[in-house]
Design a protein around this ligand. Sequence first.
Ligand code: BGP
Length: 459
Amino acid sequence: MKEFLWGGATASYQCEGGFQEGNRVPSNWDRYLHENGLENGDVACDHYHRYEEDIRMMKEGGQNSYRFSIAWPRIISNRKGDVNEEGVAFYNRLIDTCLSYEIVPMVTIFHWDLPQYLEDESGWLNRKTCEAYTHYAKVCFERFGDRVKLWTTFNEPRYYTFSGYLIGNYPPGHQNLQETVTASYYMMLASAMTVKAYREGSYDGKIGIVHSFSPVYGVDMTVKTQIAMRYAENFYNNWILDVAAMGQIPGDLLDKLSDCCDLSMMLPEDLELMQRHTVDFIGLNYYARVMIKPYETGETTLIVNNKGSKEKGTSQTIVKDWFEQVRPKESRYTEWDTEIFPRGLYEGIRRCWKKYHLPIYITENGIGLYEDGAEEKIDDRERIEFMNQHINAVLNAKEEGCDVRGFYVWSPFDLYSWKNGTEKRYGLVAVDYENGLARKPKKSYEWYKEVIESKGNSI
Ligand code: BGP
């Protein structure tokens, strides 16, 4: 039986820091956070310099895989596509360190840090970004493909485009449905173009995509609710997973979108390319489900609760004429107001396996908490309970025949949370930001190690 991958996941912008080192060029996040005077990832937890220590701690914590992303602004210096050798050298060191500790690298090609020179030319609203992305991905394959055997094209394209173009809380900070549709489409096209490039390069490895997975539940079984659930499935999941895994944009989604958007950027040759170049596996990031009721009234409203503790509010989603999201009152919530619903992971995996029949990795799962990084040993029993329930959900789905091949905790060590900064902590290892960024394992770190040791062999 193949080895199950137990790991931790990070993203370049959220952990590396070193934002002006090694000839890295500015990213959309640098610009956006600097201009808005928000807490940024200039230093983050300094993984750029401390990656060896971080990877060693993962190894000592029993983990056998590390999911990280490559920063496009470190690899490609300009619009012409010139390669920055210092950036390549950094990832060579990082990958080689993983391998020296027998840690399997899983690489995300794009986890949201777009070079600012592309954002200046309309970023993902510009078809040319698909070509620039494919060029960048090919450089990654050529330089790292001899050692990296697990690739994902994008981290959560749906969450990225919704946040950047619909809700407006991430760069470029727009609120425009047409732009959301255009950007999502170009990202999915770029993903297929890159899958094609990977296959044409005859690399010995697999390529997938990572989706922000929100299994949809309905308040009741009425026909109206079933219809609203279908719209919500299209909205949250299908326009990424159906395209990536089956090469199809759902017809009823196109029908609905054509009422309100210009879809002329969707060329027949693109759709054919998407159909022919589907992914090898699916990565699911699971934090919570969504509960849906039929649309009743009001304008489209999308409020998210991730602006830091000072601006906390209750999240709300209404998509006019489609559906409304409901906050299940009987449920438990994290300190950051995310519903805790492990069953959604179990049922979500089952649904996904049944529908797509592709290998699945749980590429992120974890809980954000307020914690004091100065404490010697954080007693994060809430995280342990959360992880225990979610890991059991994964193993149950696996036992019932779903082809799940790995689980990655978000995150192996504390890092920068988009917009919330460093006060929202996810790590198994604390980073003491006030004390030279010292690393201190929390109780969950040892707990995870024991889980891996006890369950690792039996699955
Ligand atoms: C996912 C992202 C990660 C990470 C995680 C936690 O959507 O892929 O990058 O940030 O969510 O989210 P947050 O930091 O907003 O709580």
